[in-house]
Every structure is written in structure tokens, then in C-alpha cells.
Ligand binder design. Sequence first.
Ligand code: FE
Ligand code: CA
Length: 507
Amino acid sequence: MRQTERVTWTRRDVLVGAAALVVAPRARPRAQPRPRPRAAAEGAVPTDPFPWGVASGDPDATSVVVWTRVSPPAGSEGAVVLTWELAADERFEERTASGDVEVTAADGYTAHVVAPVDGARWYRFRLGEAVSPAGRCAPLPTGEVHTWKIATASCQHYETGYYASYRDLVEWGPDAVVFLGDFIYEGAARPVGGEVLRSHDGPEPVDLDGYRGRYAQYLSDPQLQAARAACPWFVIWDDHEVENNYAGLVPQDPAESAAFPARRAAAYQAWWEHTPTRIARPAEGTPTILSRHVGVGDLVDLLLLDGRQFRDDQACGDVALSFDPPCPEVADPARTMLGAEQEAWLANRFAAASARWTVLGQQTVLTDITLPDSGVVLNYDQWDGYPAARQRLLEAASATERLVVLTGDIHLAGVGRLPGVGVEFVTTSISSTGNIDPAATDAVRPLLPAIVDIELAHRGYTRHTITPDRWTAEYRAVDDVAAADSPVSTWRTFTIDPDTRDAVAAG
Ligand code: FE
Ligand code: CA
């Protein structure tokens, strides 16, 4: 299916194809001063204190984090006590565990309860007479695991699409969702028109109130809420939870450098508040450790990475679509994507991995998509801009039996080869704009020999069915991201050949 003969491409072909591999436009309106956020609870007792739904996440063999955010009643004075309940049945007749949890203004009135999940499949919260929607939860399987079904998703820009993918995901019924980043986008509201189908609320967030407001808006979407309630999620962040293409403490715009540490801290806090995660609450002056290991019996060692907080700044000015050879900075062996500590942690995890599949959940494309011969780097934000760090990762990964890398960020569906090591499945965006020209797919495919296949024109998500002998990745594509009730269908299904470790199209 893939073209292997040499093809002569004009500079224009290359530009058209390569343009499709660079998302995240650089030019944005600058942040405006923020008006005060709307207070959700000033004055009135909310009729629905749970307007952002419920979620569960980071399960292990015996417990799961159950989450909600409450709209506090008037006069709450900074703290509200909720009751949480887990049950074996949807009607909560067979209750397995319950308790009280105090949520506070300091954490945006969000609850993160580590609840015993033995025997439970449902959870909910109560505030007085009010009852939250019920969500589904489950422990991670242990021992001999025959099947684990996960969905990967990323990049759900609220303005540029509806979340039909999530309806389809809920219908599939995965055991877990692995969300790979760009849960929110930080851009200021744009008027409806063109690709903007619904507007962000307010200007670009730069402080905690601003980011909290942005999460509240995203979580008001019923299809996203339903997906968060459908099964446990494993969530990592990418750049837009803070700001496009930030690197460590380097903001996109150098003029913002002085204010950026406080801005990033506010963004991490708001992310933590709104994510059903077990990771520690961000604390001032210390790194927030996002990376973690998820052991799924003898089937999967899932390693979740943070490719934003500790990385060096993008090389060569992070220029997009330059066809100059890369500047010498790119090749500097000291450059890091993960930071020294996370890199050492990962190498140890690779060495200790004993499950059938070692799986990375991470942000940016790992497959080498530099242009053959010229070495041109199409996108300095991806691992192509950190080649020595990538080489170190791949060498450490060669200790594992079979590596599968799960990636988001770039708003296209792709399957890449990591020679001698494994396969990368890049999930397309839930709704964020990518390339919409179907011809771009054909233009870009022959440029990149490490790509097994690629599809640029559709939004969607990916279904992974993992068994000891077979990994099946089914790429789902939304017909029309402008329609909340759009049909969703399969673009293509890939499996991993157990002998060659290569991905092959299965339909
Ligand atoms: Fe994105
Ligand atoms: Ca991104």
C-alpha cells in the first residue's frame, strides 16, 4: 500500500504535505486583561451543584480516584462537605463503600477521593438532597490478563468542533481512556464563523480563575461529560493546558518570561483540580510529577510521560516550515525532552518492564519524520527537534520486549515505525483543527518513509484492543466535526505483526 519507489516531489508538493504536519499556528492575539470571573455560586443555592459531571481515573488493583467539582451553595465560606458512594449496581442498592469529603475553595471545590473499588462498578456524589450523575469505575485487572481495551484521545479544541467522538467512544465501552493532552485550549474567545463553531468564554487565561473558567466551559459539554463518566481515565497534559508550545519555564513569547512561572503554576493547579488523577497536588517551588507507571497484570506496563515541564526550549527558533537544514543546536546531546530525572526513571522502568507489552503514553511524535536526504526538521516541537534524547529513549526501550507508543498533539492519524523497537500509534484530534484537505494525505505519505500510514483530513480517536498475542488499533473518524451528532466510522485498522514488530493494515 505504501509507495516505496522514489518519487520526485516539487518544492510545492513538499510544502503542501509538510504544512499538514505543523499544527499550532504561531500567531495569536495577545492576552487581554481579564474581567473578574463569574462566581458560580454567589447569592443563589445552585439547583444542580454538579454541572461539570463526575469522573474516575488512575485506578489500580484495589482503588480508583473518583472526582467531581461542586458549585457551592451560598454561604459555604470556602468549604463544602460532600458524600461519595460506590456501589456494585447502577441503582446504588448494593453499596460497597461511602464516606465524606471536604472540598475547598483553595482547590476550586473539586474532590479527588481515592476510593476502594473492590466489587464496585458505579460511583456518585451527594450534596444535601442533590445527587450527582453516576459514573462507572473499575479496578485494574491483575495476574493473567487476556484483554484490555483502551481508547486514546487528545486535542479537543472547544471552538472548532463538537465531541461526536466521545459518543462513539462511550458506545464502544473501553476499560479506560488514555488522554494524551490538550484537554483545553488557552486561546481567547473568537467570534463564531468559519472554523469557529462555538466561542471560548472570555480572554486568554493567565491566572487560576481564568484556567478554572476554561475547564468549566469544556466540562459543560454533555458528550465530554458522558465520556468522563463512562470509565476511568489516565490523563497527561500537553502544551495547551498552559500555553501553545511552551517548554519548561520558557513561554512562547519571550516578553512573558517574568510572569510565566506563576502562570504555569496556575495552569497546573487548574489541570490537577479538574483531572481525576492520583498525582500529588501541585506545590509551589517543586516540580509536579506527572509521569507514572500503570501495571495491567502480565499484559501491559503503561508508562505515562511529561514531555513539557522539563524539556529544553525548541531548537532553531522553533521555526515552522523552514526548509533550511537544521541549525547545529538540534544535535546538541545535552538537549532533553524529559529532563534527566524522568529519563532515568524511564530507563529503570524499561529495564524492569515484565508485561507482554510496554506502552508509552506521551505527547509529541516520536517517529522520525525528518525529510530523507536533507534532514529537514518539519516540526521542532516534536521529538525530531530532540534527536539525541530520542536516541537515548529508543536505546533504553530496546530492553523491552515490545514497545507501543501512544501519541497525540499533531491532529492527524498516523502509524509510525520505530525500527527494531516498536510501533507508534498517533491518534488524531477529537476536534482541534488539522488539515482538512483530503489530498494532503496523499501528498505527505510518500515524503516520510518511517510512516506506515497517515490520514490528515479527519478528527476522531483510536480504539486499542490489547491481547497477549495481538494489538489491534482501530482508528475512528468523525464524518463532520461541525455536527454534535455526526456519524463516526472506522478509517483503518492496524495490527502489530508479532514477528517483525511492525504495524500492518488489517482493514
Ligand atoms: Fe492539540
Ligand atoms: Ca499540543
